[in-house]
Design a protein. Structure first.
Length: 190
């Protein structure tokens, strides 16, 4: 079959809040311990060189070129200037985000698993065709962080104040908070 997502593929992730919540993006340095860059969404897929490009890496010893399956555990390595770090939960969500179920702040880390699976994400496909378990480009996915077994769903939550950014990114306890699609991400080929 064609169009399947494979390990080592480079992707953009478009949030589906209000149809277009922006593209997952690194934006500025993070001051959190062990963090590399802050993460938000941007209105374009590549606001800067590789800021919105992510390489999909297996979290369970699958090889580059293997098909990504719904339910797999993955790492997302940002390609800003060749190595923007691994998508990671680090620190608490803001007090405002917590009022909407927010759990953890999201940034990138210098390496994998900064703290007990903090950069491992379980990918769940929401809209595959055919329904053979494979994740495909243009599918909608949710990403569940495995930190301490309850890292939460990757989501957008409130407007970001970072230059060139659209929405802040955190994790949430709810799979589709307010039925607003904030935890839904479209997988696009980079």
């Amino acid at each position: 079959m064609a169009n399947e997502l494979h390990y080592a593929d480079r992707i953009h992730l478009q949030n589906l809040y209000q149809g277009d919540g922006g593209y997952l993006d690194t934006n500025g340095s993070s001051n959190l311990a062990g963090a590399k860059y802050a993460v938000s969404t941007a209105t374009v897929s590549n606001r800067g060189e590789g800021t919105g490009t992510w390489e999909i890496v297996s979290g369970s010893c699958k090889k580059a070129g293997d098909i990504v399956l719904s339910g797999d555990v993955v790492y997302l390595r940002n390609l800003y200037l060749g190595n923007g770090g691994y998508l990671d939960v680090n620190g608490q969500a803001t007090s405002t985000q917590k009022t909407y179920g927010g759990l953890f702040d999201v940034s990138t880390a210098w390496g994998k698993d900064r703290d007990e699976n903090s950069s491992r994400w379980q990918i769940f496909d929401q809209s595959a065709s055919p329904q053979d378990g494979a994740v495909r480009f243009n599918d909608t996915v949710q990403l569940w962080n495995t930190y301490h077994g309850r890292g939460g769903f990757l989501e957008t939550n409130h407007t970001s104040s970072a230059a060139g950014a659209r929405f802040d990114v955190d994790t949430n306890a709810y799979s589709n908070r307010g039925s607003s699609n904030v935890t839904f991400w479209k997988v696009l080929q980079a």
